[in-house]
Design a protein around this ligand. Structure first.
Ligand code: ZN
Length: 320
């Protein structure tokens, strides 16, 4: 299940999304439902990365169950279906994207400049919908880590919404990537004191069946908190009790690879805590990288794709 080997029998296999390909709103793989009553536009997005289909299983399950808004508008989006269509169980990590990482193209400049790729074309097709979202949940999964996380970006309102959603139990407040803007980092969701909010859920390891259950539970809690879907309709996927308050990890540093030879000194699983400041944890082109403070949390360390210019790990500390 490390992700480099072919998919095995007990792994999470990709869903059949053919029933949702046509969409209901003029855009492929987009389903938008209007309640006819006032309320927010709530968006559940899946498949930003083509190999992260636990969120697609969650969205397809909610669609198939007939989850509809009782107020406002509810949209389900399968974003990078071109990459997902290339999924090969013999090489399961290969379908993250076609031309470029779709979750690095969401700055206003990237959405309007002339640069072209499969992902940018799809992003420009989807932005008219995302650009009207009041509450957006972007469902992802991770290469190695099994502890699910809610990324709330840097906005206070993102952190507050993540606390109300309560799942999956750990909130990471982070500034994003040097390599480009995530959807949740678009100014629509980050600028000003008040306004639309977007969260990114990392639901566990890509091919761990638990990640689909986590994606469903997080999406159900998100819809419950949004107020557009009635609690009774979400009951099959909601936890039986109110979740306990999540832990907050504030990212203190995002480590971007600067050389062709980056390696961690040991295999980190994600959410490992290094107790002592100054501990060397990686070498970037032979230069030792040290933890900047005590009790340093290793958030989503990459192992294979730590290429130059990409994020190798975020360092953080547990907050109040
Ligand atoms: Zn992802």
């Amino acid at each position: 299940m490390a992700g480099i080997e072919p998919l095995a029998q007990g792994d999470l296999w990709p869903p059949d999304l053919s029933a949702w390909a046509g969409g209901n709103d003029g855009t492929g793989f987009v389903h938008r439902f209007h309640s006819g009553r006032p309320g927010p536009h709530v968006v559940i997005n899946a498949l930003m990365h083509g190999n992260e289909y636990s969120g697609a299983i969650a969205a397809a399950t909610l669609l198939a169950a007939g989850i509809r808004p009782v107020r406002g508008t509810l949209s389900f989006v399968f974003a990078n279906c071109a990459a997902f269509a290339q999924f090969d169980p013999g090489f399961p990590i290969m379908s993250r994207y076609v031309d470029e990482d779709m979750n690095r193209v969401w700055s206003p400049a990237s959405l309007t400049d002339g640069a072209d790729s499969v992902e940018r074309r799809r992003a420009r097709e989807l932005w008219p919908l995302f650009g009207t979202a009041d509450l957006l949940l972007d469902l992802h999964s991770m290469q190695h880590d099994r502890i699910p996380l809610m990324l709330c970006g840097r906005s206070r309102r993102g952190c507050e919404l993540a606390r109300r959603v309560g799942l999956p139990g750990v909130i990471v407040a982070d500034p994003g990537h040097a390599g480009g803007s995530r959807l949740i980092d678009h100014p629509r969701f980050t600028e000003g004191a008040d306004g639309p909010v977007a969260l990114l859920a990392e639901c566990g390891q890509h091919w761990d069946p638990v990640s689909a259950e986590t994606a469903l539970a997080v999406a159900a809690r998100f819809l419950l908190v949004s107020g557009v879907v009635e609690a009774a309709a979400l009951r099959p996927w909601l936890p039986s009790a109110e979740p306990s308050p999540p832990r907050l990890v504030e990212v203190t540093e995002t480590i971007t690879v600067t050389s062709e030879r980056f390696r961690f000194l040991k295999e980190y699983q994600g959410m490992d805590v290094i107790p002592t400041a100054g501990t060397v944890y990686a070498l970037d082109g032979g230069v030792p990288l040290r933890t900047p403070h005590d009790d340093c949390v290793m958030i989503m360390p990459s192992r294979r794709h730590a290429d130059r210019g990409h994020t190798a790990v975020r360092l953080g500390r547990f907050g109040a």
